[in-house]
Ligand binder design. Sequence first.
Ligand code: ZN
Ligand code: ZN
Length: 268
Amino acid sequence: MGFTIPADTELALRLGVFLAVFAALALWERAAPARTLRLARLVRWRANLGLAVVNTLVLRVVLPGSALAFAALAADEGWGLLNRVELPDWAAVLAGVVILDLVIYFQHVLFHSVPALARLHAVHHADPDFDLTTGIRFHPLEIVLSALIKFAAIAALGAPVLAVLVFEILLNATAMFNHSNVSLPAWLEPWVRGVLVTPDMHRTHHSVIEVERNSNYGFCLSVWDRWLGTYTLAPKGELDIGLSGWRNPGAVATLRGVLRMPFTSQGV
Ligand SMILES: [Zn+2]
Ligand SMILES: [Zn+2]
């Protein structure tokens, strides 16, 4: 399909949605926080937002272009399943978004299962609190590996450019939403959770208890955990967030600390 979008329009669109969702969730967290935070917001936000800035710069240096540009290349070259089968445009876009979300689910399982990858992913879990900035808190090496997996998935799938654009915006927005320090109203939560990962569902994934941490891997659609047997309804007892071996704020709540974290064992 011929959909293309100029790089500066893509950037403006993504940045605009990011800032709007960030502002709305930050106001919601302030008005009705689900939990009391351990550390001052300013301290953690400096580390978490600092990581997001580092990650943006690293991706610009390491990758030759965006995922969208790569999807356009795949379409031109006829790479991947969806560029070889005849589907209506809407069905190809829907299939692209849903399958990319499934790939992210398996990637998350992988980052919990392989010890070297788990050391990188521990940066995400060592956040002693859980708020919208946790959703963008990842070590740069995890971000680079995730981007390579995403590029491979786009090529294998032949994901349409529009599917990649929708997916990128959706993943960014839902990652901030499902990490936010809020709870949906009790009557609404189960309905939303039927389709999307909610903050209460993903918060369980940040439990210090290993069996709870190794569940609820989904980022956008909640169905993968239910269908693939990794779903936990709620934590067993009082939820404690973070990693029990990583409690020192100097190690887990500073930019220098989190960048060094996978290469050190000095956490407590
Ligand atoms: Zn995880
Ligand atoms: Zn998380």
